[in-house]
Design a protein around this ligand. Structure first.
Ligand code: FES
Ligand code: FES
Length: 168
């Protein structure tokens, strides 16, 4: 066992783990980050996506030893921000959430995209979410949701949960 320290959603944390332990398991079991899902477990579906130093990675194929000193953002951390909440609002307005299993990974991919390109065209959005598999939507509704999120972020709209009658 080794002590491995990193930043998780803005807070400094340390875990004692085997350096080859799957980062997905450490996030879910030790830190309660259950928004990080396990789908395929082999780097194909994107359900386990997180941001590592701002870049999207699949936590199921990452060992925790590779995280030392890194900044990690999970769906929980992203959706706690106003800009992140606007992604969820965009998805909701577009009707993009069906079974919902893929959506936390989609949220991470969308956040990574909109930080880099706040006004992406359809092709750019489809490319950005191409590592996130969705069995339900056919992707068109997700693309629409990302576009609506981008518009809300550009307009400085308040997240629905912060508006009168919204859930905090
Ligand atoms: S569970 Fe990690 S990519 Fe599918
Ligand atoms: S909404 Fe069901 S897998 Fe995407």
């Amino acid at each position: 066992m080794y002590e491995i320290s990193f930043t998780l959603n803005g807070k400094s944390v340390t875990t004692r783990a085997h350096p080859l332990a799957r980062f997905l398991d450490v996030l879910r079991e030790e830190f309660g980050m259950t928004g990080v899902k396990e789908g395929c477990g082999e780097g194909e579906c994107g359900a386990c996506s997180v941001l590592k130093d701002g870049r999207i990675v699949n936590s199921c194929i990452l060992s925790v030893g590779m995280i030392e000193g890194c900044s990690i953002e999970t769906p929980e951390g992203i959706s706690a921000t106003e800009k992140g909440a606007l992604i969820s609002d965009g998805y909701a307005e577009a009707g993009a959430v069906q079974c919902g299993f893929c959506m936390t990974g989609m949220l991470v991919a969308t956040e990574a995209l909109l930080r880099e390109n706040p006004d992406p065209d359809e092709w750019t959005i489809r490319t950005a979410i191409s590592g996130n598999l969705c069995r339900c939507t056919g992707y068109a509704l997700v693309v629409d949701g990302v576009q609506r999120a981008a518009e809300r972020r550009a307009a400085g709209t308040q997240p629905a949960r912060m508006q009168p009658g919204g859930q905090s």
